[in-house]
Design a protein around this ligand. Structure first.
Ligand code: HEC
Ligand code: HEC
Ligand code: HEC
Ligand code: HEC
Length: 142
């Protein structure tokens, strides 16, 4: 009996992060209302990050994490890699209220968000200047 309680508790602890996780919706959903950001993002390397990997690298866990948003379906570095999974904030009723959107998973990116991928674990890493880089995220010409 005691053992079953322990197993039950352990399962609950394991399940908690899953229950709290927001679902990913993909960039096409965001495009409906954020056409300008969508178009500028598409012109960046983030949108093409998946095709930079060779087929064997795409199935290599040493490479694919930073070149994708939520595998297996959401490849490339898209909106939700920086702004958080949108399943609970993408509806207009939530989005129009910034505080509510943040409570439901919206992330206004900081340096730390970028450094999840822009770090020494990247084989091509040559340093990362946040102030210089953040303006390039939505406008490659800046
Ligand atoms: C139904 C329309 C709609 C959809 C779909 C939508 N948004 Fe929004 N979003 C808004 C509105 C309205 C605002 C608040 C006004 C504004 O800044 O344009 C907003 C604001 C934002 C902001 C700026 C927050 C701030 O205060 O600086 C970000 C970032 C954002 N949305 C990201 C996303 C992402 C990522 C997705 C897809 C997962 C998405 N939105 C989907 C309507 C939408
Ligand atoms: C999920 C991982 C991930 C996150 C988060 C991320 N990036 Fe990136 N970024 C990449 C990858 C991968 C590339 C290279 C894509 C390619 O060339 O195939 C890249 C490329 C770039 C480039 C182009 C570099 C060049 O050589 O031209 C800039 C600028 C950039 N990122 C800025 C940012 C900023 C600013 C943030 C945070 C707001 C950020 N990134 C968040 C993975 C990420
Ligand atoms: C690599 C990270 C990254 C990706 C990918 C990304 N964004 Fe952003 N986004 C940012 C950053 C950083 C800012 C704040 C820009 C600033 O402060 O100059 C921002 C700002 C915004 C804003 C606020 C208004 C504005 O233009 O500043 C909206 C809306 C937005 N993003 C929507 C999107 C949508 C929609 C996508 C996907 C099509 C997307 N973002 C992809 C990092 C990202
Ligand atoms: C820790 C995150 C991370 C990992 C792991 C990672 N990458 Fe990247 N990759 C990036 C980022 C960020 C960039 C943008 C340039 C930079 O800062 O390294 C990038 C850029 C690239 C580019 C474009 C190169 C260029 O000079 O424009 C290629 C190709 C690439 N990575 C291949 C790989 C391969 C192959 C692996 C696995 C062996 C891998 N990456 C693992 C984050 C990562």
């Amino acid at each position: 009996m005691k053992r079953m309680v322990i197993v039950g508790l352990a399962l609950l602890v394991l399940a908690l992060p899953l229950m709290a996780a927001h679902a990913f919706v993909g960039p096409e959903k965001c495009k409906m209302c954020h056409k300008v950001e969508y178009t500028s993002w598409q012109a960046t390397k983030h949108a093409k990050a998946w095709s930079s990997l060779k087929p064997a690298e795409q199935s290599d866990a040493k490479c694919n994490g930073c070149h994708s948003t939520n595998l297996p379906t959401l490849t490339g570095v898209s909106c939700e890699a920086c702004h958080g999974a949108g399943g609970d904030y993408w509806k207009m009723s939530v989005m129009k209220d910034q505080k509510l959107a943040i409570q439901n998973g919206l992330v206004l990116p900081t340096k730390e968000v970028c450094e999840k991928c822009h770090n020494k674990k990247s084989p091509t890493f040559k340093g990362f200047d946040y102030e210089k880089s953040k303006g390039l995220v939505h406008d490659v010409k800046k």
